[in-house]
Each structure stands twice: as structure tokens, then as C-alpha cells.
Design a binder for this molecule. Structure first.
Ligand code: NAD
Length: 425
């Protein structure tokens, strides 16, 4: 079965809007993006030919502040994926209570097959085309799948050339020393584990006694693994692409995977060198084997639509927690199965909100032109995530709700209140 992430995002929203008795106008406004920009970017390739790339920037809602959301480079990017991701950003900024809205962007491309010069021309072309759609007070992009701090800096530089001034708040996830915030690179992965720690404490479970299986060893998976290991947890399996044949494998080793060992054989896109992993004593299983591991925690941190009814039966009965690092890793038809089995699901737009929270801190620091220490950033991040988690957890306990629904209720109520106060509905 093929899942469309936009339909998933709308189904999740519709279910909760129904439970809340949300007014029809608010429902209509919030179940779709307010603005969409679809465009093409011609790029001069190194061999002298011109390649035309399809691109998007979509704003779901900016009632609570400028739209905010990542920019993804992916060969299978679609308008519907960007719409879904923009919508989830609105709920993410609302649940963690930062004064921003929801947006997202994407380019249909595979940077792994492009030279750095081609990537730079693509980034600059994106900004030339989308110049009027973005800005520090309009819509602020950030890194996502296969985009990084260097891409963000080329984009900021192009924006500043066009605007004729310095606008570091136009984009976040920039390199430290060039308008970036300390802690931004680590923020999403660390934030996931801050929330996991709070959940485990609330449930009286010692993190040191837990085991996890992770899908994805890119920005999110990498830092989640690092922080989880630092706090004493054991990662039994990690699934990601091999950097030679570009297929996914699950790596496993007796006694658990070791972060430092795996980092030393991973490239900039989060792909592990399979031959080197085998030489280090790892087994390389099928890419989907991470899901069937006998662990306490499943941490999908790669891409959407990975936990579906078709694979749900493979999940071990030992699994107690699904911590969603990726956006939309679970399909809506799988939520009832997870809930029935009594697995605690910590939903994506709460669990992975550390990235956007730190992006917000980056904007604040850029506006002040005064930058905080790493400890200050991480402390503020931990506080913001803990208070978002507590609100969702308490509501779910109080009303006996699935945590995804509790998070949606909090987020939708906040956005609904703002659109009402503004007089939009
Ligand atoms: P990334 O490109 O840095 O890493 C992606 C990782 O997933 C890589 O290790 C890749 O090999 C692996 N992967 C991809 N498809 C796979 C598959 N089918 N099987 C196994 N492994 C696979 O991306 P990222 O920035 O870490 O983002 C991962 C997810 O987290 C995405 O859903 C993204 O939208 C979401 N997210 C990212 C951020 C952020 O700050 N980067 C913030 C919030 C949410």
C-alpha cells in the first residue's frame, strides 16, 4: 500500500478536530496550507549542460509567527510531502510554544550525485526564485534531509546579495561563526533523548536498563544515539544506507553498537561503509530488520511511512516505547494497533521539536547579534522540551489519551486561539 504523507497529516488532524469539536472555518483553514510556491531552478552543471530542478516552498500557517521549517533535498520529493511537513511544522512550533508558524521546502534532487559547485548553484538558484516568499519575518528555512549548514550559508549569502544588507535571521542551521547557534546541529537528536529521559523518569524506568533500535544515522539519528549512549542506554541495532551500493542495512553487534566506532565509518549523509562495519565485527542484516529487534525502544529517525500495519506484526512484544525522530514515520492506520498493544508513542512533532526550538534560539541570537554559550543553549533547549513534554504527558494521563492526540489537542488549541484573536475565523 502506498501512503501519501499529506493524506496522513490531514487524517490525523481531522480525527482530533472531530474529537475537539473544532469550528468548521478553523477546520477548513487548518487542514491545508495557506500558501504554496512551486517553481523550477535551472542549474549549470559541471559538464556545461543545464539541468532544471523542481522545487517547492509551502506555508501551512503563520498566525503565531513567521513560517518556519526545513528544506529537504531528495530525489523522491513531492508537493504532498512538503505540504504534510509544513502542516506538521505548525503543530510542532505550537506544541513547543515558540512564536513561529509552519512551513517547509524541498528540491527534487540527489546531492550525493552532485559536485559541491553544482550544489552551491542549486542553493543560490533556490533563493533567487523564492526570494519574495522567504525572509526573517515571512518564512525561515532550515536544514532537513540531505541539507546541511553549508547549504544554509550559501542560501543566506545569496539572500543578502539580493537584499543588499545583512539578514542572518533569514535562515537557520548556519555554521557557528557565520550566524549559527552552538547546539543547533545536535538539537534535534539531543532533544529526542531529553524527552525520552523525562518520559522514562515519569514512568520510573532507569535509562541505563533500556535498549533501543534506531533507523537513520544522519543528523537526527547520530545525535540521538550519542546522547542516549552517554546517558547509559544501549543501542542494539542501527539501520541506514550503505555509502557504496546505496541500499539500507541494519547493523548489529553482540553487546550493542558503539557510537564512536560507527561514526568513524560514516559519511556526511549518514551512510555507513558496510565493508568497514563488517571488518569491525558488525553483522549487516536487511534494512528493515531494525524494526524486529528485541528492544525496549524503537527510534525511527530516517523517513516517513516506516511503521505501517503491514510491518506492525514484526515488532517485538518487548517494545514499550516508540520515539518518533523522523517526521511522519508512523501511518495513521497503525496508531490504533500501537495504542491497543499499550506501546507508548511519543509523537514526532513533540519528540523532534528540538531542532526548531534551537532554530528559534538561533534567530533570537542573530537579532541580538549576541551569541550564547553551548551550556546556555542546551539548558534552554532542555527546559523548553521538558515543559512541552510535561503538558502533553499530563493531558494524556488526565484524559486517558494516546500521546499523539494529546499533543495535537494542545497544538491545535494554541493555533485556533491565535487565528480567532486575529479575526481570521
Ligand atoms: P539525514 O539526511 O541527515 O539522515 C537520514 C538518515 O536516514 C541517513 O542515515 C540515511 O541513510 C537513513 N535512511 C534514509 N532512508 C532510509 C531507509 N529507507 N532505511 C534505512 N535508513 C534510511 O536526515 P535528518 O536530518 O537526520 O532527518 C531524518 C528525519 O528527521 C526526517 O524525517 C526529517 O524530516 C526529520 N527531522 C529532521 C530535523 C533536523 O533538524 N535535521 C528536525 C526535525 C525532524
Amino acid at each position: 500500500m502506498q501512503y501519501n504523507p499529506y493524506e496522513s497529516a490531514q487524517t490525523q488532524f481531522d480525527n482530533v478536530a472531530e474529537q475537539m469539536g473544532l469550528e468548521p472555518a478553523a477546520r477548513e483553514l487548518l487542514r491545508q496550507p495557506m500558501k504554496e510556491f512551486h517553481f523550477t531552478i535551472p542549474v549549470k552543471m559541471d559538464d556545461g549542460t543545464v539541468k532544471v530542478f523542481k522545487a517547492y516552498r509551502i506555508n501551512h500557517n503563520d498566525a503565531r509567527g513567521p513560517a518556519k521549517g526545513g528544506l529537504r533535498f531528495h530525489p523522491e520529493e513531492t508537493a504532498d510531502t512538503v505540504r504534510a511537513l509544513a502542516m506538521w511544522m505548525t503543530w510542532k512550533t505550537a506544541v513547543v510554544n515558540v512564536p513561529l508558524g509552519g512551513g517547509k521546502g524541498g528540491v527534487v534532487c540527489d546531492p550525493r550525485t552532485m559536485s559541491l559547485g553544482e550544489q552551491e548553484r542549486l542553493c543560490r538558484g533556490y533563493i533567487r526564485q523564492a526570494y519574495a516568499q522567504i525572509g526573517p519575518n515571512i518564512d525561515v528555512p532550515a536544514p532537513d534531509i540531505m541539507t546541511n549548514a553549508q547549504h544554509m550559508l550559501w542560501m543566506m549569502d545569496e539572500y543578502e546579495v539580493l537584499a543588499g544588507g545583512r539578514y542572518p535571521g533569514v535562515i537557520t542551521g548556519k555554521p557557528v561563526g557565520a550566524g549559527g547557534s552552538l547546539g543547533r546541529t545536535e538539537a534535534t537528536g539531543f532533544g529526542l533523548v531529553y524527552i525520552l529521559k523525562d518520559f522514562l523518569e515519569a514512568e520510573n524506568i532507569d535509562i541505563k536498563e533500556t535498549t533501543a533500535s534506531i533507523q537513520g544515522f544522519g543528523n537526527v539519528g547520530h545525535y540521538a544515539f550519542q546522547m542516549y549512549e552517554e546517558l547509559g542506554g544501549t543501542v542494539m541495532c542501527i539501520s541506514c544506507f550503505d555509502n557504496n551500493d546505496k541500499k539500507a542495512y541494519t547493523y548489529r553487534k553482540d553487546g550493542g553498537c558503539k557510537f564512536a566506532e560507527l561514526v568513524s565509518i560514516t559519511d556526511a549523509y549518514g551512510s555507513i561503509d558496510k565493508e568497514k562495519a563488517l571488518a569491525l565485527g558488525y553483522e549487516a542484516l536487511d534494512g528493515d530488520a531494525w524494526l524486529a529487534a528485541d528492544v525496549d525502544i524503537l527510534l525511527p529517525a530516517a523517513i516517513e511511512n516506516q511503521i505501517t500495519p503491514a510491518v506492525f506484526g514484526n515488532i517485538s512484544s518487548k517494545v514499550k516505547i516508540i520515539l518518533e525522530g523522523a517526521n511522519g514515520p508512523t501511518t495513521p492506520d497503525c496508531d490504533p494497533l500501537i495504542s491497543e498493544r499499550g506501546i507508548a508513542l511519543i509523537p514526532d512533532f513533540l519528540a523532534n521539536s528540538g531542532g526548531v526550538t534551537c532554530s528559534y534560539f538561533e534567530q533570537v541570537q542573530c537579532n541580538m547579534n549576541y551569541f550564547w554559550t553551548l551550556d546556555e543553549v542546551l539548558e534552554k533547549l532542555n527546559q523548553a522540551m521538558s515543559s512541552a513534554f510535561r503538558a502533553v504527558y499530563d493531558l494524556s494521563k488526565e484524559r486517558g489519551l494516546y500521546m499523539r492526540d494529546a499533543a495535537y489537542i494542545i497544538a491545535i488549541e494554541r493555533v485556533r486561539d491565535t487565528i480567532k484573536l486575529r479575526g481570521w475565523v
